[in-house]
Design a protein. Structure first.
Length: 313
């Protein structure tokens, strides 16, 4: 049974992952090698939990309970010595992850499950140097950002792990309020990111060819396909509409869709000019300093509204 959880990396994803598990009652050890990152984590976690309380998604008591279940560590061995489940959220570099897993193998109990939050690196390569018995306890557990507001967790089910162990991890995520998705093949991008980037490729291409301005292209998604897909999956929508109709549409539209094998030039040009989006003040849209905070807050409010609604279906 999983009781003690260690999260490696307290940055963008790690601190959110930590307080999701902690809010569900698990004891969480949060580690980061960078002192500044670790020192900033408690306030970030409190702010995010308080936002959820202010939006009446959790209680004030839940905020304190979650924070009390989290311990901070700058010593890796101390952070993982009693762990039943370790999830890493360090930078997306294969060598860093392989090096970390090799250290964890020597520091953790024999039964500890190792998980990576990666969405783009192959598990088979990541764990290739580990003993066979540890490889059978390794998986990908991919979260979406922000971790505490997006319900999905993609769990690899590649055949290397006993069903009983996998079920323990699956139950951990369900008990923590997540909506687990089982990924059956070790494919680049898992499932959710492949779906996301297939859609993104066409959206960026439409900007590039001048088919619409960025606002209208976003509105086409928000009030069309994405509006429907917020509550109904793509395959379910296809069944409802009639697969014969979808087949005809595919035959007519697929030849015209973008099939580029690299990022589109429109984004490449923006990046090369230093226009990175919200963080630089300009991307497809322009953002003043005042708008940055307002838009970020509005984004989180929309997400928590969807999170509340999602519990009804």
């Amino acid at each position: 049974m999983i009781k003690n959880i260690s999260v490696i990396g307290a940055g963008t994803m790690g601190h959110g992952i930590a307080h999701v598990f902690a809010r569900a009652g698990y004891k969480v050890s949060l580690y980061d090698a960078f002192e500044a990152c670790l020192a900033a984590a408690p306030q970030k976690m409190r702010d995010e939990l308080q936002f959820m309380a202010d939006e009446e998604y959790i209680s004030q008591a839940d905020v304190e309970k979650a924070l009390n279940n989290i311990s901070l560590f700058n010593d890796l061995e101390e952070a993982v010595k009693d762990a039943d489940y370790v999830i890493e959220a360090i930078p997306e570099k294969m060598e860093l992850k392989k090096e970390l897993f090799a250290k964890l193998d020597k520091m953790c109990p024999k039964h500890t499950v190792f998980a990576s939050n990666t969405s783009s690196l192959k598990l088979s390569e990541m764990i290739a140097d580990l003993p066979e018995e540890r490889q059978a306890l390794c998986m990908i557990s991919h979260w979406y950002n922000p971790a505490y507001l997006l319900p999905i967790a993609e769990l690899s089910k590649f055949g290397n792990m006993d069903e009983e162990v996998f079920q323990q991890v699956y139950d951990l995520y369900v008990n923590s309020g997540k909506k687990p998705v089982c990924v059956l093949k070790d494919i680049t991008g898992m499932i959710a990111n492949r779906l996301l980037h297939a859609q993104a490729r066409e959206a960026f291409h439409l900007v590039e060819i001048g088919a619409g301005n960025p606002e209208d292209i976003d509105n086409a998604l928000k009030y069309g396909p994405c509006f429907r897909n917020a509550t109904t999956g793509m395959l379910e929508v296809a069944d409802m509409g009639g697969l014969d109709i979808w087949l005809v549409a595919h035959d007519n539209i697929f030849p015209a869709l973008d099939n580029s094998e690299k990022g589109c030039q429109a984004i490449r040009d923006l990046v090369e000019d230093g226009n990175l989006g919200l963080k630089s003040g300009k991307g497809f849209f322009e953002y003043s300093e005042e708008e940055k905070t307002r838009m970020q807050n509005a984004f989180y409010k929309r997400l928590i509204t969807q999170l509340k609604a999602s519990e009804n279906y």
